[in-house]
Design a binder for this molecule. Structure first.
Ligand code: ADP
Ligand code: TZD
Ligand code: MG
Length: 578
């Protein structure tokens, strides 16, 4: 397609002259970006080639949302912003869903989008892919900037980087107009724009009195607990969290994506006794975790007399739902270091019976859970638990494999079944509980870490991103995708209320052979119907280190509506069945 309104600059006379696209690639390289995830077209195709030419890995996707999920996951696992590149209008909007999700989850990422020529957009004259992208992005992201001139590109990149990682991390939008991308500059003048930014992710040290207040409160607690959130995982502070837990002896509870910060099987893990922690703990220290819906916003079962300490980088988070008795505002590394020092001279007042009683309760609960898995082994067809009894064995034997997980029952049951032993090895649909992060996150995790990845996906969840399984294949990534096929959203036995021959709203296809999608792209594929088959297939797929797709056949009646969060459905005002 030709955009007649775009007065494209003449082709550069390399190496004396360069374009804005070259400056963008150099600016990304200069700031240490190693991977860019995107989907090309006007006006960013050449930019992607030049980025590759700079030795940055460009991973090309089938849908921008998935490229964005990959960038966000790269940001989560590395702690540096992941970069997404999109074309104008719909490409931008497709990617923006992931950038908004990154912002909600505090993942550092930058969405760079080409945009059409400004003047006809502002006058609404109907230009090619014309959309006022900057203003659309603004309410959904942490920060948004537009670059109109090639010479401003390095500044735009540095500002976007700083905004993504400083304070509470989030998604940043960087709009670069077509004229800026095409603008020609002298090579030497362009290179001179590239300065090395100093202290890109500065420490933020907490106030001494805040640290002292928190240390005194923790030390005075009879039944304390430490709640670890994914902010701690992202801050790479597993060394300090371990030290805090082990020197104080305080039990810990990891939020879903903080599993593995300390091994789930650690003697001080309170994973199986969350209710007891909520009901009985008198002091709870939140370490990079928000008291949001995932923690009943501090209400419900929580001991209303209990007190909270909160370590977070964002002062606005404090008192969001419950009174916080001891806020500690700073980056987690600085805060935990200061707290450990402040605790050195203090004696813990913890009840001698607190940890043993949690451990005794955990033993009972764990034995019950193990029995549930054992009972499920013979179920035919398999249910979620039968499949997970197999996945548990293989995943726990391969602790360095990253687990990506989405679905409803498939999410909740997998999280509860598979113990994690290493930090940042569990990536899921997180704060917004969104479907459609699976393939993108698996790709981002594999590319950013070089490690093997297993994605355990509900059949509905997989449908949101399934086509990007082909991206896993094109880039030959060591990713195994397991589709838990129960034929539906929650299960495959929905009955339409009305007289219709259409499927129920929750029904998909329990007989679909997802493995055959893998055949189309040359993956290793498996169709499994028993735990033994699944265990063998998963172990072989992981060991092969090549793209693999396993269709895990479940019974259509396996799974309940909304998994563990059915209580969030609206209470019926009228009985729709009468
Ligand atoms: P979870 O869902 O695991 O409970 P959340 O995403 O709700 O975790 O909370 C993560 C918290 O961690 C956010 O409030 C965020 O501001 C905070 N955070 C992220 N990175 C850092 C950091 N480096 N230092 C301090 N706090 C951080
Ligand atoms: N759309 C988006 C973007 N996010 C969502 N969370 C939903 C729709 C609603 N939804 C859930 O909350 S879970 C889910 C949907 C569609 C899928 C559950 O089915 P599944 O897993 O096959 O993935 P199980 O094992 O059948 O429960
Ligand atoms: Mg399903």
């Amino acid at each position: 397609m030709t955009d007649t309104t775009n007065n494209n600059a003449a082709a550069p006379n390399f190496p004396e002259q360069v374009t804005g696209m070259y400056i963008l690639a150099r600016a990304l390289k200069n700031i240490g970006i190693e991977n860019v995830y995107g989907l090309v077209g006007i006006p960013i195709t050449e930019a992607a080639y030049i980025i590759q030419g700079q030795g940055i890995r460009f991973v090309g996707f089938r849908h921008e949302q998935q490229a964005g999920m990959a960038a966000a996951t790269d940001g989560f696992v590395t702690g540096k912003p992941g970069v997404l590149m999109t074309v104008s209008s719909l490409g931008f909007l497709n990617g923006l869903t992931a950038t908004a999700n990154a912002t909600v989850n505090c993942y550092p990422m930058i969405q760079i989008s080409g945009s059409s020529v400004r003047e006809p957009i502002d006058l609404e004259q109907g230009t090619y892919e014309g959309l006022d992208q900057l203003n659309i992005a603004k309410p959904l992201v942490k920060a948004a900037y537009r670059v109109n001139r090639a010479e401003d590109i390095p500044t735009g990149v540095v500002r976007a980087y700083r905004a993504a990682v400083s304070g509470r991390p989030g998604g940043v939008y960087l709009d670069i107009t077509t004229p800026a991308l095409g603008q020609v500059m002298d090579h030497a003048a362009a290179e001179a724009l590239l300065q090395q930014p100093v202290d890109l992710q500065p420490s933020m040290v907490p106030a001494a009195e805040a640290v002292e207040r928190a240390a005194a409160l923790l030390a005075s607690a009879k039944k304390p607990a430490i709640l670890i959130g994914k902010g701690a995982a992202q801050a790479h502070v597993e060394d300090l969290v371990k030290k805090l837990v082990e020197t104080t002896g305080v039990p810990f509870y990891p939020m879903s994506m903080a599993k593995g910060m300390l091994p789930d099987k650690h003697p001080l893990s309170a994973l199986s006794v969350r209710s007891t922690i909520m009901e009985e703990a008198d002091v709870v220290m939140l370490v990079g975790a928000r008291l949001n819906w995932l923690l009943s916003r501090g209400h419900g079962k929580w001991n209303q007399q209990g007190q909270f300490i909160q370590l977070d980088i964002d002062p606005v988070e404090i008192d969001s739902n419950r009174h916080i008795a001891a806020p500690v505002i700073g980056d987690l590394r600085s805060s935990l270091e200061a707290l450990l020092t402040a605790l050195e001279g203090k004696k813990m007042a913890m009840d001698a019976g607190w940890v043993p009683s949690l451990q005794a309760q955990s033993r009972v609960k764990n034995a019950k859970f193990a029995q549930r898995l054992a009972d499920a082994v013979t179920a035919s067809p398999m249910n979620h638990w039968s499949a997970l009894s197999a996945a548990k064995k293989v995943m726990e034997a391969n602790p360095d494999v990253i687990l990506v997980n989405e679905g409803a029952n498939t999410l909740d049951d997998t999280r509860d079944t598979i113990d994690m032993a290493m930090p940042r090895h569990r990536i899921d649909c997180a704060t917004w509980a969104i479907m459609g992060m699976g393939m993108g996150s698996a790709i981002g995790a594999a590319v950013a870490t070089g490690k093997s990845v297993v994605a355990i996906e509900g059949d509905s969840a997989f449908g949101f991103s399934g086509m990007d399984f082909s991206t896993i294949c094109r880039y030959k990534l060591p990713v195994t995708v397991c589709v838990f096929n129960n034929g539906g959203i929650y299960n495959g036995i929905g009955e339409p209320l009305d007289k219709t021959s259409d499927p129920a709203p929750t029904t998909l296809d329990v007989h679909a052979r997802y493995d055959r999608l893998g055949d189309a792209f040359g993956a290793k594929t498996y169709y499994v119907t028993t735990p033994a088959e699944y265990e063998a297939a998963l172990a072989e797929a992981i060991a092969s280190k090549v793209p693999a797709l396993i269709d895990v056949q479940l019974a259509a009646d396996s799974g309940k509506e909304s998994g563990h969060i059915g209580y969030l459905n609206p209470a019926p005002l009228i009985d729709i069945t009468v």
